[in-house]
Design a protein around this ligand. Structure first.
Ligand SMILES: NC(=O)C1=CN([C@@H]2O[C@H](COP(=O)(O)OP(=O)(O)OC[C@H]3O[C@@H](n4cnc5c(N)ncnc54)[C@H](OP(=O)(O)O)[C@@H]3O)[C@@H](O)[C@H]2O)[C@@H](O)CC1
Ligand SMILES: Nc1ncnc2c1ncn2[C@@H]1O[C@H](COP(=O)(O)OP(=O)(O)O)[C@@H](O)[C@H]1O
Length: 307
């Protein structure tokens, strides 16, 4: 049984600043994203986090090869797009790791620093190239929310369960499965089981995004506007989610189950921004093509329309 997460639910979880706030109280998000090959993912995540209301976004580059094709290093790309970003180590209320990184290119030093974050106290959004690092449940592990797409979900299942994903539980279902057909229940069950086994919150991306909490609660959002299905929109989602988690870091540390509603709120705001950007707020299949950057740009307007 899943609960549908509505715009009204999402509006309640969006934190508005008050007179006693400052940049630290609003939440400092640390980004360990992007790489020599994928500098754009770092820019998209930073852009989304700033526009979701982070008090500060701190960017920490990984230990990486030299960029190919004359590309700028990810830190230089982030600075060019967002000069308000702070670089280097310091206090962080939450982290996003993995977007725009490739585990095959990860150095031993990079791996040990990421594992340190995963065993820290600040909550961590684990995306893309960091999903293979998720440690077994333990008392010293950080509160985690994982954001796989269907292909990454399948790989995560195989690594965790040491068995193939059952055929009837395919993570990339035929169209009817996401939209409520027979496969939908199987997809929910797979997400629920994996979240329970990993003892972590799992946000399974798709037209219908599912958010399964380790305690067994499953929230669903969508169907999102299909204009969202383009490269880099997952990097934007990770930035949105990171900013929302940083703003409620203390609550998440007290109660890891609160990551579920935050994940669902991120998915609703992401979809709302895509609808705004595509000029089709009701997602009636009108609208126009958009880029991931357009989605990030539209977050403030979508926020205003939600609350
Ligand atoms: N601007 C930038 O810098 C950008 C950087 N990016 C970064 O690129 C990195 C690689 O990420 P990635 O997702 O492109 O590749 P990967 O993890 O190998 O998975 C792909 C495999 O999974 C499967 N698959 C099944 N279902 C699927 C689904 N729903 N969506 C997608 N795939 C699905 C599919 O298999 P198929 O079903 O096609 O046989 C395919 O073989 C990552 O770090 C990311 O952050 C991107 O965000 C783009 C913008
Ligand atoms: N058919 C679809 N309709 C609506 N949204 C979709 C559809 N397919 C994917 N999405 C959304 O687009 C985003 C794609 O993320 P992801 O697969 O990680 O891409 P990338 O790695 O290129 O950023 C996710 O938020 C997902 O929920």
């Amino acid at each position: 049984m899943t609960e549908h997460w509505t715009r009204e639910h999402a509006a309640e979880r969006l934190r508005r600043p008050g007179a006693h706030d400052d940049k630290y109280r609003r939440g400092v998000l640390g980004l360990r994203t992007g790489s020599a090959r994928y500098p754009g993912a770092a820019v998209l995540g930073a852009s989304a986090a700033w526009r979701t209301g982070a008090g500060m976004v701190r960017y920490l580059p990984g230990h990486d090869e030299d960029p190919p094709y004359g590309l700028p290093a990810p830190a230089a790309a982030v600075l060019a797009a967002h000069p308000e970003t702070v670089f280097g180590p310091g206090r962080c209320d939450a982290w996003v790791i993995g977007s725009g990184t490739d585990p095959a290119a990860r150095s031993a030093l990079e791996q040990s620093e990421l594992l340190e974050l995963l065993h820290g106290s600040a909550p961590v959004v684990v995306d893309a190239g960091a999903l293979d690092l998720v440690p077994r449940p333990s008392a010293d592990r950080a509160p985690l929310i994982l954001t796989p797409h269907a292909g990454e979900f399948e790989r995560l299942w195989e690594r965790t369960m040491r068995a193939p994903l059952p055929r009837e539980w395919v993570a990339r279902p035929p169209a009817d499965a996401e939209a409520g057909g027979n496969g939908a229940a199987a997809r929910q069950e797979a997400a629920r089981r994996l979240a329970e086994r990993l003892d972590a919150t799992l946000l399974l991306k798709g037209s219908l995004t599912l958010i399964a909490s380790p305690g067994g609660r499953v929230l669903s959002c969508g169907p999102a506007t299909p204009w969202l299905a383009s490269a880099g929109t997952g990097d934007v989602l990770a930035g949105i989610l990171g900013a929302l988690v940083a703003a409620r870091s203390a609550e998440v540390r007290d109660d890891r189950e609160s990551l579920g509603p935050l994940g669902a709120t991120a998915a609703v705001l992401h979809d709302a921004a895509a609808r705004t950007a595509s000029g089709d707020p009701a997602a009636t299949a009108a609208g126009r093509p958009i880029t991931a950057g357009d989605v990030a740009q539209a977050i403030p307007a979508a926020w205003r329309a939600l609350v």
